[in-house]
Design a protein around this ligand. Structure first.
Ligand code: LMR
Length: 352
């Protein structure tokens, strides 16, 4: 006679074996057969992945727009197109993202328009100091003939221009002293984006510049290689530049916005329907970020004030006029690159 405990163990062993056979099948061959056809798997090979690389934080206008765009595309394609976002330059920084796009290592990027000026000099028009005095004027440029001319410029490259995204007006920050008058810039060294107009802007203020990637700006301010920089309040706040900068002047002297780019070959290989969905998602995102970018920059300015580690200065009317006047010579030099026609179109926007 088997003891009761041993009998119970043997019974449990046999029972688990039978149960396992029912659950996993009696024939091992079955487990390595292809999966049964299932509606939801249809077109799995057609799954499209868009790698979207950018250099700012997820909380900036560009970070928020990229997220919104991804949500819209994924919802409208039932996730047959997915958008993977790589923020903060985690995949490519602003110096190599255009090359990565051209080689289809990423399928979308949204660099500041200033970062296209070396290859496409007409883009310099958007970097002119005081080119725009309101959000309405920026929109007219992006959505009107200036925007169309600039998008057409890209036709010979492997990059397809999809539209413009908004960030905000640029403000000046500095380590040592408040920048209230053009003379305050003398002998100072600033970080700048790769745009000849921006270089000329600082030269007109008797300041020198170094071209530095966005993600190296904090470090270079920290070691005092540069003593100042210009950016939107959103980029200044999210990059914690207030930790290294004592002064911020609300100068609104220039506008920082983006061009959304995709790889031309990648685009051509999409179906017409896929292209339509991406275009409509992008248009809706653009409309959304145009409004939200203003709120985001305002909110980040309030956050900067709350930190109390950076003094915020506003220019009065007279000071603004002095800055404007000091920066006028930049227009004459820039017209050689943009052409007269584009300059006239800019003037028409200002006059309206
Ligand atoms: C910068 O380099 O300061 C900006 O272009 C960063 C960005 O993408 O907003």
């Amino acid at each position: 006679m088997l003891p009761l405990r041993t009998f119970a163990l043997i019974a449990l062993f046999i029972f688990s074996g039978v149960l396992a056979a029912f659950v996993f099948g009696f024939d091992l061959k079955d487990t390595v057969q292809p999966l049964e056809y299932d509606d939801e798997q249809e077109g799995l090979e057609d799954q499209v992945v868009i790698k979207f690389s950018h250099v700012t934080s997820e909380h900036t206008p560009k970070g928020l727009a990229a997220r919104k765009f991804a949500e819209l595309v994924e919802a409208r394609t039932n996730r047959t197109i997915s958008v993977e976002i790589y923020a903060n330059g985690s995949l490519y920084n602003d110096q190599d993202e255009q090359q990565a796009l051209k080689e289809n290592r990423v399928q979308m990027i949204a660099p500041a328009t200033s970062k296209l000026t070396s290859q496409f000099p007409k883009f310099q028009i958007l970097d002119l100091p005081y080119a725009f005095s309101s959000y309405k004027e920026v929109r007219k440029a992006y959505e009107g003939s200036i925007g169309r001319t600039l998008l057409a410029e890209l036709h010979t490259s492997e990059m397809k221009g999809m539209g413009f995204w908004y960030n905000g007006f640029k403000q000046m920050t500095s380590t040592t002293k408040a920048l209230l008058h053009p003379a305050d810039f003398e002998q100072m060294h600033f970080r700048r984006m790769p745009s000849p107009v921006i270089e000329r802007q600082f030269q007109a203020l008797d300041a020198s510049t170094s071209l530095l990637p966005f993600n190296k700006t904090y470090q270079n301010l920290n070691v005092e290689f540069i003593q100042g920089q210009e950016n939107t309040t959103s980029n200044i706040y999210t990059k914690k530049m207030y930790e290294t900068q004592d002064h911020l002047t609300v100068s609104n002297h220039g506008y920082l916005g983006y061009i959304v780019l995709t790889n031309e070959t990648f685009w051509k290989n999409l179906s017409h329907e896929q292209q339509k969905i991406i275009e409509s998602s992008l248009a809706d995102t653009t409309d959304w970020i145009r409004r939200h970018s203003i709120e985001t920059n305002d909110a980040h300015l309030r956050e900067l004030k709350r930190t109390e580690s950076i003094s915020i200065h506003y220019l009065d009317k007279e000071q603004q006029e002095i800055w404007r006047h000091a920066l006028e010579p930049v227009y004459i030099e820039t017209e050689k690159f943009t052409g007269r026609e584009l300059m006239q179109e800019l003037n028409q926007i200002k006059d309206q």
